[in-house]
Write a protein that binds this ligand. Structure first.
Ligand code: PRP
Ligand code: URA
Length: 210
């Protein structure tokens, strides 16, 4: 069975994505929106976190109130562009640890290359949320998930802002145990491996490098 694809069905996400897609949106606004949508998708990606209860006292009475069961989480951005999403995730899950995986895709072959990997020591015990704004051919995400599994991780989710059907299929084929959370599922990839309509090069737009 394939992993599920959760496409955000929310007016705030749709509205913010439209501003991001607009080529006239500034680097500052683009960066802020990546973080804001990151926060909103985190809300959905953490829906299944286990709860326990603890006794507290409200001004009126005692109650057994719900509280997070303390599951250990690590957010893993795929550098560079994934960095833009970390802040949004951490605002929702402040106790999460952060592991970094550096990867770029060769512009000719579209094959991803890993150039950096630094994870928390107890990464194998943590639930992993890999974050990257773009899921295009899926090469980078598939490779990042493989790297995490090599390190003993088994509960992995992937969070992206925009996905192409080609990338979704690649992840589902290679890692059927991984659910994908995305802001939008776009039409297709162009001949250069860019998502259409997409939002262009996410890394360049977050960091202002073009
Ligand atoms: C972009 C993006 C993803 C990857 C998606 O990164 O942030 O990591 O491409 O493409 P894929 O699904 O076809 O692998 P890029 O390689 O441009 O590096 P950057 O984040 O440093 O800009
Ligand atoms: N990487 C990006 O930043 N944008 C795309 O459309 C595809 C890959």
């Amino acid at each position: 069975m394939s992993g599920k694809v959760h496409v955000m069905d929310h007016p705030l996400v749709a509205h913010k994505l439209t501003i991001m897609r607009d080529k006239n949106t500034s680097v500052k606004d683009f960066r802020e929106l990546v973080s804001e949508i990151g926060m909103l998708i985190t809300y959905e990606a953490t829906r299944d976190l286990p709860l326990t209860t603890k006794e507290i006292e409200t001004p009126l009475c005692k109650m057994d109130a719900p509280t997070l069961a303390g599951k250990k989480i690590a957010v893993v951005p795929i550098l560079r562009a994934g960095l833009g999403l970390v802040d949004g995730v951490l605002r929702m899950v402040p106790s999460a640890r952060v592991g970094h995986i550096g990867m770029f895709r060769d512009e000719e072959t579209l094959i991803p290359h890993v150039y950096f990997c630094k994870m928390p020591k107890d990464i194998a015990e943590r639930e992993i949320l890999i974050v990257d704004p773009m899921l295009a051919t899926g090469g980078s995400a598939v490779e990042a998930i493989t790297e995490m599994k090599k390190r003993g991780c088994h509960a992995i989710k992937l969070m992206v802002l925009v996905a192409a059907p080609e990338g979704v299929k690649a992840v589902q084929d290679a890692h059927p145990d991984v659910d994908i959370y995305c802001g939008a599922l776009d039409s297709h990839l162009n001949e250069r491996g860019y998502i259409v309509p997409g939002l262009g090069d996410a890394g360049d737009r977050i960091f202002g490098t073009k």
